[in-house]
Design a protein around this ligand. Structure first.
Ligand SMILES: Nc1ncnc2c1ncn2[C@@H]1O[C@H](COP(=O)(O)OP(=O)(O)OP(=O)(O)O)[C@@H](O)[C@H]1O
Ligand SMILES: [Mg+2]
Length: 150
């Protein structure tokens, strides 16, 4: 299988080692790097422009960091998406962490429960074509994003 060039980051195995649709663990900073590589490869394979690849990689990176830092670790799944004459990627992040008590507040720019800038979720939403956040306090959080080629 021939893979497009990587993300310019090192670490992890060769991109493409994990088949699309497989669940990838997010339990370390190295895993966040790996998420970037996998999403870059999937976005290129879906025909997204370089600019759109970078947008969805940036969104995925923020969401992976949240899964790791706030969710206590979790998983990521990236898949080719399409139908109705369009092509793209869909990425799902899941954790069983503390959840988000006030989703509207968390989605606002500049709100953080920690030492961050509070720009990750709002940035990820802005950079994606589809954004869905489901969270139940005490149970966990699932964020789904999609980007379409244009
Ligand atoms: N997976 C998650 N589980 C629990 N809480 C979360 C999760 N993702 C986000 N949050 C909550 O939403 C807040 C806002 O997230 P956001 O990514 O916008 O900012 P941040 O992570 O605090 O800072 P940064 O700008 O570095 O991303 C977080 O501070 C956290 O309280
Ligand atoms: Mg964040």
């Amino acid at each position: 299988m021939t893979m497009p060039p990587g993300d310019g980051t090192s670490g992890g195995g060769p991109p493409g080692e994990v088949p699309p649709g497989e669940e990838v663990p997010i339990a370390s900073n190295d895993d966040v790097v790996r998420v970037r590589q996998l999403v870059r490869a999937a976005a290129a394979a879906a025909g997204l422009s370089l600019v759109d690849q970078t947008k969805i990689v940036t969104a995925a990176s923020e969401l992976a960091r949240n899964t790791y830092a706030h969710g206590g670790g979790g998983t990521m799944r990236v898949e080719q998406a399409g139908g109705r004459g369009r092509r793209g990627v869909r990425i799902v992040f899941t954790d069983e962490g503390p959840g988000i008590a006030d989703v509207e507040r968390a989605l606002g720019e500049g709100w953080t429960s920690g030492a961050g800038l509070g720009l990750g979720l709002s940035g990820a939403r802005r950079l994606s074509d589809e954004f869905d956040l489901r969270s139940e306090p005490g149970k966990g959080t699932t964020v789904t994003v999609a980007k379409w080629s244009r």
